[in-house]
Design a protein around this ligand. Sequence first.
Ligand code: NDP
Length: 303
Amino acid sequence: MKALITGVTGQDGHYLAKHLLGLGYRVFGGYRRSSSSVVPPSVEPVPLELLEYESIRRAVERVKPDEIYNLGAQTHVGESFSAPLYTSDVNHLGVLRLLEVVRGTSIRLYQASTSEMFGGGRGLTEQGPFAPRSPYAAAKLAAHHDCRIYRTAYGVKVSCGILFNHESPLRSRDFVTRKITSNLANRTPFTLANVTSRRDWGHASDYVKAMHLMLQSDPNDFVIATGESHSILDFLKEAEKHAPWKAQYEVVEAEKRPWDVTELEGDPSKARAILGWEPAYSFGGLVKEMMQSDLSKPLRMAS
Ligand code: NDP
């Protein structure tokens, strides 16, 4: 079995590649020459740029994959307000280019949709309602709709995972969870835009298993979440339990996004029933692993 992963240099790409290699897959990883991260070991690198139709077509032609996992994206919600056109080009049109390439083939495609598409709420399911609050979320929702259109109109075997926030020691330091654990571990002062926003946080290693399960099932949409939300302050307090000192942080209102999402909590009942998926990590287990990983690293400046 051959799998092609776009965005293989990212957090999920790393965990998914490891999971698929463990299942005996031959794994190809789409990378950009501009990437500052490395392609995970045992993954066969393939140049792939989602902004270019020809680049995608050539990569697919070369690998001839059974499955494609589209994880590549401009993933920063805050950054999408500064670069809305670029974000839309990668996160929406990039998916449309990919759909055009796989249309008429038997390739199974996984699309990384996101809980940000809901714009907020609790007990959120595949049915929506969707009310995006950022260019990132709007682009992802447009791509989500295109996947449903191509699935129904052309029989493209595409499944969309509506994943809620998932973290790990590999999360970039630009995201709030890793910002907290890396700065706390390094005893460096840091700023937060707010501490009250609530998110449904899981572990990336659990969530990539759901991506694979989706492509072994009939094409469909699935919410992947823990069903529990916690505030940023809860995360910070949980992290402090594993550090010998307290976090030095300041809440800076000016860092707030132009339109923020205050709470996201998902209902993964459909994934549980159809895919038999269950997360193995608890919230406490996730925070502990991230904190211990950052404490074990040599002291350095963290953002
Ligand atoms: P990361 O930010 O860790 O990784 C993003 C990846 O996308 C990187 O490998 C990056 O490559 C690649 N990429 C960016 N732009 C392009 C492009 N133009 N062409 C090809 N590749 C590109 O994200 P995650 O691993 O956390 O997320 C994976 C996917 O899941 C994303 O689509 C994200 O939007 C989605 N998602 C993530 C959630 C989360 O909580 N982590 C929640 C819901 C959805 P490079 O190294 O070259 O920059």
